[in-house]
Design a protein around this ligand. Sequence first.
Ligand code: BGC
Length: 383
Amino acid sequence: MYNRRDFLVGATAAAAVLGLAACGGSGAGSGGPDTDAAPSDQTVGVAMPTQTYERWVADGNNIEKGLEEKGFTVDMQYADDDIPTQQQQIDQMVNKGVSALLIASIDGASLSSQLDAAAAAGIPVIAYDRLLTDSENVDFYVTFDNYKVGVNQANALLFGLGLLDEKFEKAADAPKGPLNVELFAGSLDDNNAHLFWKGAIDTLQPYFDDKTLTVLSGQMDIEQAATQRWEQETAQKRMENLLTTHYNGGEELAGVLAPADPLSRGIINALQNAGLGPTLEEGLPVVTGQDAEIASIKLIADGVQSSTIFKDTRQLAEQAIVAAESILKGEDPEANDTETYDNGVKVVPSYLLEVQMVLESNYKEILVDSGYYTEEQVSSGQL
Ligand code: BGC
């Protein structure tokens, strides 16, 4: 295996032999920052995972708008959650000689050869929201505090179960338990899924230890709880199976740790189809979420979904653009974390944004008053 420096030395030597510029040129396959170029002469390649998920559409729109406002040309590609499609799209961007790449991967470990090619062409790479793993050729990472997402999800679950009060301290009238909960995780090839899980389990562990909480199915490993490609139907099916296998004799399910809103909605469908609820007041188990998708905010307003985590994609897009601009000027982007994100080959300097827990009591303040959604969107559950 070679490292980036060996590769670059090799590539530079080969380019010299061929009489080509290794980077900054305009020939096919070469790209990267030209620090003197005007934004209008620079194209930023943006590779996004899927349009099925509302959040990635919002991310894509925000990035495109922000880059265009600064005068850049944008090459935006969605890959329909298909790894070979994303590989091809990035290959094409590299061949076209884009100035920089922003990548929200499907499988963080699947793009090593694309990242090698980008490095050889001098194209800097910023990992967007999801860490790119197993590669030296990742220059920067912009994301949210993913561990804290998990901590917040667990705290929202504990609050919904009445174990924590509004100050997130042990509730005076906390039920003794044991309360039954089930756990869901995201896609194992997404590094974020592991951090969400770790943040949540670290927070829930004391409650498992003292038996306030029990996982009746016994499925407490991330491998058992995982949801490949974050698919709603997969989560719904697993919830149906859990109910028919472990809750068919009058056992009461109190809550479900769900890592993202589409999965939350799949889980809620399964619970309601089994006759639970339909609202929290009417006995629907407490279900968490993530992304503050409009359909889930409506469910929160209607007292159905218990919580979600708001990650302001406007801020993430803005931060990604700030980082891209620095890199394109030949500067190091500002990082606020240089320890957490070890991608297996190196620690990638990162900029982490804060997240917010959303409940029925604060969704108006966080999402409507801030202009993220209108009242009408919340009441229709549509954008
Ligand atoms: C993102 C989450 C999202 C999930 C599924 C994760 O990488 O951080 O915001 O819910 O992917 O798309």
